[in-house]
Ligand binder design. Structure first.
Ligand code: NAG
Ligand code: NAG
Ligand code: NAG
Ligand code: NAG
Ligand code: NAG
Ligand code: NAG
Length: 271
């Protein structure tokens, strides 16, 4: 891990690299994608091989960019998390489906910039303020904003790793609430829209505790979409490609319901 951080520092002495503005639009709508494997994407992955099937809803579009590990923009092409979540084989996630759905519903939104940050198997403690994944997410988001644009929302799908023991499950609500509050504070976006996914059918025994924690979050501008009913793939652990497509569309719907200017008080909603 240390050698790895050292490499990053060598490659980017200031942690943030200016983006190539000749290829990017200065008014991007920027979205953070964070959490565990179902956000990263394992759709179409069987025995550590991605089947390379990219459904129509997840096709690339020149208006949908993603921030690479090297902090430059490129046209998003599934699997969009592979250079960030390189610990595993990535497949289809909800991100590109989300972006295509937004574009379809709001053609005037302009360029969408996705900032993949999710990493499989991570627990909420590994996302706490000051942790590696938290800092990586902040750094990537700040780099994304340097090319111009507005941070529109955080999409968050995590919790499975915290269903394994009772203590983590009991502490989940306060940890999650602190995580959301810290992200907003550190990115200087106090009313940043957050769309989280409520878990179902977890591997660990404490699904109900985590679900209740998620549904009980008492922060403004947090919306929840429910993974209940979404199908898992042949590995029995991860959402299938079609479920990820559907999840992306649900996240898009939730985002669009915030309205065009979520920072305004009339959209100040409890989720
Ligand atoms: C984030 O950026 C800071 C400041 O440039 C740097 O010191 C740190 O190593 C970076 N952390 C990660 C995890 O990228
Ligand atoms: C920016 O992108 C354009 C078009 O791909 C390329 O021609 C140019 O060399 C790039 N500039 C830098 C500084 O990378
Ligand atoms: C990109 O998205 C826009 C808006 O939905 C659509 O009009 C266009 O056909 C798409 N382009 C491609 C190559 O799919
Ligand atoms: C930037 O994008 C936002 C959201 O799509 C839009 O409301 C605004 O008018 C755009 N601003 C400029 C200067 O294009
Ligand atoms: C979270 O995961 C890390 C890495 O697997 C582990 O070291 C740590 O004990 C876990 N923390 C909690 C509170 O479960
Ligand atoms: C992915 O989501 C499905 C559907 O909710 C769930 O059954 C599964 O446990 C999740 N897997 C992980 C690793 O989060």
């Amino acid at each position: 891990m240390l050698a790895y951080i050292f490499l990053i520092l060598l490659a980017h002495p200031f942690g943030v690299i200016p983006t190539n503005t000749t290829t990017t639009n200065g008014n991007k709508s920027i979205f953070i994608l964070a959490g565990q494997s179902n956000m990263s994407g394992r759709g179409g992955v069987v025995n550590n091989n991605f089947d390379c099937y990219i459904p129509p809803e997840c096709q690339s579009n020149s208006s949908i960019l993603r921030l690479t590990k090297g902090l430059s923009w490129e046209v998003a092409k599934e699997p969009i998390h592979q250079d960030i979540d390189y610990y595993a084989t990535c497949g289809i996630g909800p991100g590109v489906s989300f972006a295509n759905s937004i574009l379809k519903n709001d053609p005037n939104i302009g360029v969408i910039g996705l900032v993949p940050c999710a990493v499989g198997s991570t627990n909420i403690s590994q996302w706490s303020q000051g942790s590696f994944f938290y800092n990586q997410m902040l750094n990537r988001t700040r780099a994304a904003l340097q090319g111009g644009g507005m941070l529109r929302a955080l999409l968050w799908y995590q919790g499975e790793s915290d269903t394994l023991n009772l203590e983590d499950a009991e502490l989940y609500k306060s940890r999650l609430q602190k995580f959301f509050t810290d992200v907003r504070y550190d990115l200087d976006t106090p009313s940043l829209p957050i769309i989280q996914v409520a878990l179902t059918t977890t591997l660990g025994p404490y699904e109900e505790e985590i679900r209740e924690a998620q549904l009980g979050i008492q922060l403004p501008n947090v919306r929840t979409v429910d993974a209940n009913g979404l199908k898992v793939g042949p590995d029995n652990v991860h959402l299938s490609t079609s479920a990820e497509v559907q999840l992306g569309q649900m996240l898009a719907q939730a985002f669009l319901e915030f309205g065009s200017d979520p920072a305004q008080p009339h959209n100040f909603l409890k989720g």
